[in-house]
Design a protein around this ligand. Structure first.
Ligand SMILES: C[S@@+](CC[C@H](N)C(=O)[O-])C[C@H]1O[C@@H](n2cnc3c(N)ncnc32)[C@H](O)[C@@H]1O
Ligand code: SF4
Length: 302
């Protein structure tokens, strides 16, 4: 498959054309369309602090105005505060076409995510709604996400083999228990695959984030791309690891290694090559973030 053009999605072996509403959710979403990233912006709402798993590369930090990486935001907002801010931002910056929830923890592990989406549907039904998740709770959450018009979902999938997954996750919380090792990786993977399959079958545009961790999952990334391509996801985003926490000694891939890996994956699934590893409170066009001035003026008004 080529990197551009959006012909069809493969669902249960059948080529299904994208419908006009799906095309809008591709053409106006800066992560789904490289052209859109020059015209449209996104606003991430940092309403979801808790997480239900621990990735060995993740450190969630608050009050970091100068750091730009996933999991960071300057403050967590309550749903009502977030939706009020959406109104102010849409008034001033009409090029914002996408409202997303991407943390700083896992959106589906926080009831506040659903309350925010409910309020957004009532007050701002037009912008595209999107969400990023580790996928652990995706199958059980999908009905509510569909109800609140979430049409674009990103799932982080770092392995399709639990023997590799167990090297990436310290634990997974499942039904009140903390699972470790192979058991944790198996549970996470089975939920991720089930959730992705259900999302694609419900015409949700799915993006896969795979963190490229040399020495841990590098030899396995093409297998992930093959698997998700077969499942009919829209695009695949390879993210070089930012070395931190238990993976602080890992050497991240060079831009050339990243490009070569994307080239190896591209026969199987469309590649997103313009990812900016956004903060969980990012606002603006990709690479032209304006959240600093918005959060500063929010506090100046208090
Ligand atoms: C903060 S997460 C938000 C959603 C959800 N918690 C998840 O992990 O999918 C956004 C993306 O950044 C990735 N990420 C977090 N820490 C990272 C790191 N140290 N290096 C590279 N990617 C990282 C996550 O794996 C995920 O794909
Ligand atoms: S799922 Fe997301 S928020 Fe949770 S530990 Fe992993 S990267 Fe961090």
């Amino acid at each position: 498959m080529s990197d551009d053009g959006y012909p069809t999605v493969l669902i249960e072996g059948k080529e299904i054309p994208y419908d006009p509403e799906q095309l809008r959710k591709i053409n106006e979403h800066p992560c789904y369309s490289k052209e859109a990233c020059h015209k449209s912006g996104r606003m991430h709402l940092p309403v979801a602090p808790k997480c239900n798993i621990q990735c060995n590369y993740c450190v969630r930090d608050f009050d970091c105005v100068n750091e730009s990486r996933p999991g960071v935001c300057s403050e967590v907002l309550k749903p009502e505060e977030a939706v009020k801010l959406v109104g102010e931002v849409l008034d001033k910056y009409p090029y914002i076409k996408v409202i997303g929830i991407a943390g700083p923890g896992d959106p589906l592990a926080n009831e506040e995510t659903f309350e925010t989406l409910r309020l957004l549907k009532e007050e701002y039904p037009t912008p595209i709604k999107c969400l990023s998740t580790n996928g652990l709770l995706l199958p059980e959450s999908l009905d509510r996400l569909i109800e609140y018009d979430v049409g674009n979902i990103t799932v982080t999938l770092n392995a399709v083999d639990p023997a590799i997954g167990e090297k990436i996750y310290s634990f997974v919380e499942w039904e009140g228990k903390k699972l470790h090792g192979r058991e944790a990786a198996e549970k996470l993977l089975s939920q991720q695959l089930k959730g992705i399959e259900m999302a694609v079958a419900n015409k949700i545009l799915v993006k896969i984030n795979t963190v490229f961790i040399p020495g841990v999952n590098d030899h396995h990334i093409v297998d992930i791309a093959k698997k998700v391509g077969e499942m009919g996801v829209f695009t695949f985003n390879l993210i070089p690891v930012i070395p931190q926490y238990k993976f602080s000694d890992v050497t991240p891939p060079t831009p050339k290694e990243k490009r070569e890996m994307q080239d190896k994956c591209s026969p199987f699934v469309r590649q997103m090559r313009h990812c900016q590893r956004c903060r969980s409170d990012a606002i603006g066009k990709l690479g032209e973030d304006i959240q600093d001035c918005i959060y500063q003026s929010r506090h100046a008004e208090e």
